[in-house]
Design a protein around this ligand. Sequence first.
Ligand code: FES
Length: 56
Amino acid sequence: MYVCNCNAINEKTIKSEVSKSGKNALCTLKKECGLGQDCGMCMKHAQSVVNSCPKD
Ligand code: FES
């Protein structure tokens, strides 16, 4: 299921980015994939996916 429909970014992509860049994942996805840069409706869901990832 897509989190960001505008840019075709799914939960798996977000979780994988969190494992690489930790709390900077959303910034990286914004810059590199355009997450939240169109309608912006996905940011709340994207943040909740990041929050659901286990912290190390
Ligand atoms: S759903 Fe992510 S920018 Fe529109």
